[in-house]
Design a protein around this ligand. Structure first.
Ligand SMILES: [Mn+2]
Length: 452
């Protein structure tokens, strides 16, 4: 059943690729517009790399969100092909009115129009009854759209974006699995069992463990002191690097962390030809994520496009800074906690150092048990006169019916804001004075979603 649906999605993507080829043959510059998170940056990386490999030209812009203002600007441009990655599904009618052809490679659930429109090729798993929250990311859909150019090494970047959108934790499923399998078959990706500790070979042990967020280690993740204490308890010196441990010590570490969370041991996905810092797909995605969160999307994109000198150096520095920021943020959550309503909870900050990763903090806070997993977390950042809201919840809550993207879209519309996203992660911006109303309405909507 899903195989059939994937088939339709792949066909649509191939149509898009044919359109891209046509424009490349005509030597047209492709106008690429993508999103500024890890998935969006990787998606732009996939498309721009493919165009370069075909000796084509592109002009790329990374934006924080697609809105009327961005589209007004783009509509004055005279390109013959516009390529939207990780965004665009909510704006098909506007995009169809652009002067040139357009491709949308998106995976968000809000779609403004499902009708076929001339000069627009719209690829989105939701159009084919497939899951875009868990099973494929914007970079994955973008990969499908350039797939018949046969640059299979880009399957790695396609999964970098999937990890960025939290689709890499646990099993790789659906379309992501198809992409992974293709990369494995072509010998450009590798998978092996190991400890899912992204900084394992880069940092001293206590830091590597404390920086382990996607698979949480209670009492250790986000906690340098807890991490040191754990290592001392199992008889390992905390400042040593994993690569300097002997085999017996490596086994001790493995056994002891598995006792805390068995899913810490599992599949590690790697890009075969990549340098050590970027070889692990999860680490790669975290570096790109850090670039995006620090508004240095250009650096992230340069890395995706193959720059391994200055951009990589800056990317790695941003990543370190970001990891420390997360640690400070978790300490803050530990101290302050969240404010619980009946069906949701929220955390609030005016601290500009925290604002850029409040959503990530919420996810990690739930994972490591600092926040109640039974209530979606709304992370509120004051940006006078507006409030920016990032929402995060768990797969378990989604199975109970929660859909944060829908809730945010509906509630923000009711109070002069805008919002939407995925079932598991969503965002909204609303006027500050409507905050209480917004929270009450989201609480109400989530209650209905659970009780339906
Ligand atoms: Mn995405």
């Amino acid at each position: 059943m899903n195989q059939n649906k994937q088939h339709y999605l792949l066909n649509k993507a191939e149509e898009a690729c044919n359109l891209l080829k046509k424009h490349l043959h005509q030597d047209n510059v492709v106008r690429v517009i993508s999103h500024n998170d890890a998935d969006g940056i990787s998606a732009a990386g996939v498309v721009c790399n493919a165009i370069s490999k075909e000796n084509g030209k592109f002009h790329v812009t990374i934006v924080s969100r697609l809105n009327a203002e961005v589209l007004d600007k783009i509509s004055r441009e005279k390109y013959k092909l516009f390529f939207f990655c990780d965004m665009g599904s909510a704006w098909t009618e506007r995009i169809a009115k652009l002067k040139g052809d357009a491709i949308i490679a998106d995976h968000h659930q809000s779609i403004d129009c499902t009708d076929e429109q001339e000069n627009l090729l719209h690829i989105n798993p939701h159009l084919f009854g497939l899951d875009g929250t868990r099973d494929v990311s914007g970079s994955g859909v973008s990969y499908l759209a350039v797939r018949s150019l046969k640059h299979y090494e880009l399957s790695g970047l396609a999964l970098v974006g999937a990890f960025g959108d939290m689709q890499g934790n646990g099993n790789i499923t659906g379309v992501n699995q198809t992409i992974l399998q293709e990369g494995l078959d072509k010998g450009v990706l590798e998978v092996s069992k190991g400890l899912k500790i992204p900084s394992l070979t880069q940092e001293p042990l206590y830091k590597a463990l404390a920086y382990t967020f996607t698979t949480s280690l209670t009492g250790i993740s986000g906690d340098f002191e807890g991490s040191k204490a754990f290592l001392e308890k199992i008889g390992l010196s905390y400042g040593i690097k994993f690569t300097d441990l002997n085999n017996e010590e490596k086994d001790v570490l493995k056994e002891e962390v598995i006792k805390i969370n068995s899913s810490i041991f599992g599949n590690i996905y790697r890009i075969s030809g990549e340098i050590p810092e970027l070889k692990n797909i999860e680490s790669y995605s975290q570096i790109i994520d850090a670039c995006g969160k620090n508004k240095k999307q250009g650096i992230g994109l340069s890395i995706c496009l193959g720059e391994r000198e200055q951009a990589l150096k800056e990317g790695l520095e941003l990543f370190k800074k970001y990891q420390d920021g997360i640690l400070k943020g978790l300490e803050w959550i530990k101290k302050e906690g969240s404010i619980e309503m009946d069906y949701i909870q929220y955390i609030y900050t005016e601290d500009k150092n925290l604002k850029s990763f409040m959503g990530t903090l919420s996810s990690i806070g739930i994972d490591i048990g600092l926040l109640n997993p039974e209530k979606p977390v709304l992370a509120l950042s004051k940006m006078d006169p507006l409030i920016k809201i990032s929402g995060r919840t768990t797969l378990k809550m989604i199975q109970k019916g929660v859909n944060l993207g829908d809730a945010f879209e509906q509630a923000s519309k009711s109070f002069n804001g805008s919002g939407g996203g995925h079932t598991i992660a969503a965002g909204a911006v609303i006027p500050h004075n409507n905050l209480d109303n917004f929270l009450n309405l989201v609480d109400e909507i989530v209650k209905e979603q659970i009780n339906l």
